[in-house]
Design a protein around this ligand. Sequence first.
Ligand SMILES: Nc1nc2c(ncn2[C@@H]2O[C@H](COP(=O)(O)OP(=O)(O)OP(=O)(O)O)[C@@H](O)[C@H]2O)c(=O)[nH]1
Ligand SMILES: [Mg+2]
Length: 358
Amino acid sequence: MTNNPTRLADPGLISLGWSAHFMMQVEADELDRFTPARLMQIHRSLIEAMTSEGALTLTTENNMSTGDFAVGDWVLVPKDKRGEARIERRLDRLTLLERRVAGGDARAQLIGANIDVLFITSSCNKDFNVARMERYLILARDAGIQPVVLLTKADLASDPGSYEAQAQKLGQMLPVLSLDARNKDQVDTLLDWWRAGQTAALLGSSGVGKTTLLNTLTQAAHDTGGIREDDAKGRHTTTARGLYRVAEGRWLMDTPGMRELRLFDVGEGVEAVFADIVELANACRFSDCGHDSEPGCAVQEAIASAELDPDRLKRWQKLEREDRHNSETIADARKRFRQHGKRVRSAMADRMALKGRS
Ligand SMILES: Nc1nc2c(ncn2[C@@H]2O[C@H](COP(=O)(O)OP(=O)(O)OP(=O)(O)O)[C@@H](O)[C@H]2O)c(=O)[nH]1
Ligand SMILES: [Mg+2]
């Protein structure tokens, strides 16, 4: 069945972020019954979405939970529904941000989908932490999302340039900006980083000014909160992820502050962010070099000649270990879950067969 580009090239859909990637996944005959919708906010049992005709509240089928969807996802919903509708199916994502949930659970949590630009947000105060920003950077690079480091509260720092210089060490070509998140002229310069129909997301700790940035851009008044004087930590004011329309058809995702970002399955992201160390490691004499005291270690040679910061090596080794551990744990948990599902299905089939015989 061929696609129907005329109906799917609806300007209303394009302004929601619709593109060829999603268009190609819809069959022409589906268009008689279904319409695409983008997910704006996800609650425990309901999802708020937008179609080219307006807002809708969505429900999921019994075998899916709202946790299977991410803000920013595209789904198909039955046509001509007013108010409430059920999700027929989700379209494949262009990009996805996910992390391992905090605590002992070996579960993945979806952060957001179909994001083009990630604003890695931190403040020019005690929140500033290079190792933490590096994690966000890995997440973005692994997902194929353009990262931009955004340093807020530049107005409160005596030397914001020193924070910028430290962040710039994360990558020579990484855009690093500092600003006062309450200043409209300064915040409007962010619009250069994404286009109409594209989606950017704000990620960072609580209190760094994510919602303040959204409010300044949209002139809206979503709740913002103060921070603690002693350690600059926020109070987790924003409690749900949400997608909002900002100037000229751009979309911006505000998210609740993250206490920690536990990565999994981001091997490619780690390699991209630490490409310099990976290259050095390839030049070591032994292929299983531990970069400790082995002879012919190119990594240690680079440290000795001050070409490589030893802290960066430590962070790389820690992130590699953590990624391997978390990826294995989540893969095991998923396997157990699938096996459990199989056992339940076969027990049900046995029961049905017995019933059929009696
Ligand atoms: N001086 C100054 N204050 C800022 C700036 N950005 C944010 N603030 C203040 O910092 C506090 C926290 O801002 P929020 O926007 O609520 O922070 P958030 O990142 O959304 O926090 P969560 O929703 O808890 O994740 C508020 O009192 C803001 O007014 C800035 O650039 N300069
Ligand atoms: Mg907030």
